[in-house]
Design a protein around this ligand. Sequence first.
Ligand SMILES: NC(=O)c1ccc[n+]([C@@H]2O[C@H](COP(=O)([O-])OP(=O)(O)OC[C@H]3O[C@@H](n4cnc5c(N)ncnc54)[C@H](O)[C@@H]3O)[C@@H](O)[C@H]2O)c1
Length: 383
Amino acid sequence: MEPEKVRLGIAGLGMAGAVMVHAARAHPAIALVAAADPHAAPRAAFTADTGLAAHADIAALCDDPSIEAIYIATPHQFHAAHVALAAAAGKHVIVEKPIALDLADAARIVELADQAGITLIVGHTHGFDPGVRLMRRMIASGAHGRLGLIAQWNYTNYLYRPRRPEELDTARGGGIVFNQMPHQIDVARVLAASPARSVRAHLLALDPARPTEALGSAMIFFDNGAAATLTYSGHDQFDADELHGWVAESGALKSPAHGAARRALASVTAEATARTERFAYGATANPPRAHLPHFGMLIATCAHADLRATPDGVAVYDATGVTQHDAERRPGVPGRAEVLDDLVAALRQGVAPLQDARWGMATLRVALAMLTSARERREVVLD
Ligand SMILES: NC(=O)c1ccc[n+]([C@@H]2O[C@H](COP(=O)([O-])OP(=O)(O)OC[C@H]3O[C@@H](n4cnc5c(N)ncnc54)[C@H](O)[C@@H]3O)[C@@H](O)[C@H]2O)c1
């Protein structure tokens, strides 16, 4: 007999919440039950599409005895409070990255999850992508020899999408260190499979009109002797998808549009309103994903092979030439489907998730160390 579906509520019907609605509806082991968002427009769109209840307050999801788990996709500053509400109601949790904005809140979340005895997963990040999971298995198999270096770089229009004021203020969770580089940190940690020991970073805010870091590079050194280099630029100049066959981050096909975000932003008058409205559930499409999601160039160098993320899996470059290994494809939203897989595996088979609260806290620790390293121009050792 099939185990019962996991009954899920979604808190936050913005950019991340919208994608998870599609992922949950497509996942064979998930039953989407309800959503919550203070804004009326995404609630109405959600109910029109799904026939399900949409509440104005996350408390209604916590009070619903039929809901087992809540996906928290509210803005970062609410993560700790919303995890506390869900944990107090005994709900399992998926909380979006970053887990919190400081280590005290992250530690509180770890403690809350422990005390409530709930499963807590931090995601989605691109560390869940099917191609990254395939690459992790290939490295772990030992077939390609010892892992030496993970190189990642991504160039996007991040800085010039419409933003709320806090998204342009690093102290309040703005900029690439809290929003974009956690994907790269997670991918590196998933592949290295070893604790991060130290970090050296370079981060700059080059546009005084948008004074948060949108350009950076970091090197992470792992316990096992491997290292990772991460480079990110969100200046809407070069677009790394050009080197990935014009496949977008989601896995959908896209057309080149260099500079389009900056040109569009110039004609936006109420930026914060545009930010909220443009990305809310109902305002965004659910694009067909012809390929896998990705986060720019990713190459892992092992003793006998380079492994490169490709639109459909991993290319292995070794003494025999190049071999393409496709990752498993299934209906739904790849990347998010794996987050839900891990929730189902935890609740129905007792399999502990890799990307749990302690994992999320460790990723945050690396991100915060990058800020310190860049500010103080030194390597930061993680204890
Ligand atoms: N994994 C990814 O690829 C990815 C992509 C985008 C965002 N995110 C993460 O998801 C989180 C949300 O980001 P976003 O871009 O979707 O933001 P967003 O502003 O588009 O959406 C947030 C939504 O939460 C709602 N909200 C605010 N307070 C609420 C409350 N008390 N109860 C319920 N809903 C509430 C807002 O009305 C809004 O609709 C962030 O932490 C972000 O880092 C992750």
